[in-house]
Ligand binder design. Sequence first.
Ligand code: GUN
Length: 281
Amino acid sequence: MILIDGKKVAAELREELKGEVSQLKKQHNKIPGLTVILIGDLTPSQIYVRNKERSAKEVGLNSEVIKYPDSVEEKTVLEKIKELNVDATVSGILVQLPLPKHIDKQKVIETIDPSKDVDGFHPMNVGNLSSGYESSIPCTPLGCYLLIKKIEPNISGKKAVIVGRSNLNGKPMTQLLLKENCTVTITHSKTKDLKSECLQADIIVAAVGIPELVKGDWVKKDAIVIDVGINKTEKGIVGDVNFNEVSKKAKALTPVPGGVGPMTIACLLKNTIECFKRSQI
Ligand code: GUN
């Protein structure tokens, strides 16, 4: 079984991006900039944002974090986004989710200029991705996609089963695999027989947030299994896949942690650089 080392692949990607940033600096006399807006004091969000900032600086990007208290008015956030939209030093804008209840997530996402939407959450980018046009691609599914391609460069005709239909992961993951000519099935909480769906898969991407849902006897021999889950349990952090069981069946499997997680941040940096490059044309 191949243990997919997301940490290593992400470090390689960051190294590549670092070279690209220094090249862009020479070429344009400017460097791409990422601005993250963090609202409130949820600990996981703070940790994610700190990691994003550190990685952005490491590859040589301009990096800024704007922090607001939980009580911030929606209007203040929207005004700030509009300011960043017209700031030429800002290539990418990310508003860390989840947001406090009084702030409308959809309004926030739709206020970000689609050309600076490094999350790929704006409806314009969602539409472009599903039409097969150029767009920002959500960072987590992009990271999963790069890991799959690393194991199996040609996945044309493979059967992929996505567990979970979120806008963040399941749906964009489907589009990426469809583009590679996979036959894709999206499963979710109302799927009749999840096990038999998974058993047909050459590739499984689990992104549902249910600890160790995907069992060893759900997986066809030599399948590629990507675990997006990060679940806190008494045992510690576990994924959506039962690692011990599935590692005996799969051809390749991502660990949690150290699989998809590091790729997400590296892909955010990649998206920021892509936004910058498109803005320079
Ligand atoms: N919160 C958890 N994951 C993400 C992500 O990919 N983007 C944003 N903006 N917030 C998140």
